[in-house]
Design a protein around this ligand. Structure first.
Ligand code: HEM
Length: 175
């Protein structure tokens, strides 16, 4: 494996693991923690929420940092590869496939998702309105995460294509 392949594999692992942690944490909070704590008295509930919030905060900050760094690096490396070999990709590949537009849309949705994910584990007075209705804003954040994952898969398929059967893949490499 050449250096670029090793770097992109490491970035991919980091990106996917951080996405799993972020999305999985939101899912568990929305459908496990919040409904379970709704069954107990308010003061105990608030103490448990605060105890979880403090411990989960570094994970959210870590996941956001890894997603941003690995995602931007991924994009810059891929962009450079497409530009470096216009004969292979076609000079207008990015525009023709709407890859740039999809990336822009994904980036904006991810930023809004990060805002809510941070507000849900924050403690600033300015974001208290988010924590006042946890179930609702967790659902919204999950929906934004779903949009991000759908766009990501779409972007990926633009350059990998649909999965090919082993015989078709072998035929392609022998040409
Ligand atoms: C602003 C932050 C982000 C940036 C800049 C970013 C950027 C990227 C890029 C460039 C790719 C490669 C797409 C391709 O193969 O052409 C990617 C893949 C992906 N991203 Fe992100 N991303 C970000 C945040 C997120 C978030 C928040 C999630 C989910 C919660 C996510 C989930 C994924 C997934 C599932 C893939 C596909 C990975 C694969 O098939 O290897 N990303 N991202």
């Amino acid at each position: 494996m050449d250096t670029t392949a090793v770097v992109t594999l490491l970035l991919r692992w980091a990106h996917v693991l951080a996405a799993i942690a972020a999305f999985g944490g939101l899912l568990f909070a929305r459908f496990g923690v919040v409904p379970a704590l709704a069954e107990i008295d308010a003061s105990t509930r608030d103490r448990i929420h605060e105890a979880i919030r403090r411990r989960w905060l570094p994970w959210v900050i870590g996941a956001i940092t890894v997603l941003l760094v690995s995602g931007l690096a991924n994009f810059l490396i891929f962009n450079a590869r497409v530009k470096a070999d216009p004969a292979f990709w076609g000079a207008t590949w990015m525009r023709d496939t709407s890859y740039h537009a999809l990336f822009g849309a994904k980036f904006l949705v991810a930023m809004v998702m990060f805002y809510f994910a941070s507000a849900l584990v924050g403690r600033g007075a300015g974001t208290q309105w988010v924590r006042n209705d946890r179930a609702k804003w967790l659902t919204v954040t999950l929906a934004l995460g779903l949009v991000v994952v759908l766009i990501s898969g779409w972007m990926r398929q633009l350059h990998t294509g649909p999965n090919a059967a082993p015989s078709a893949a072998a035929a392609m490499t022998s040409n």
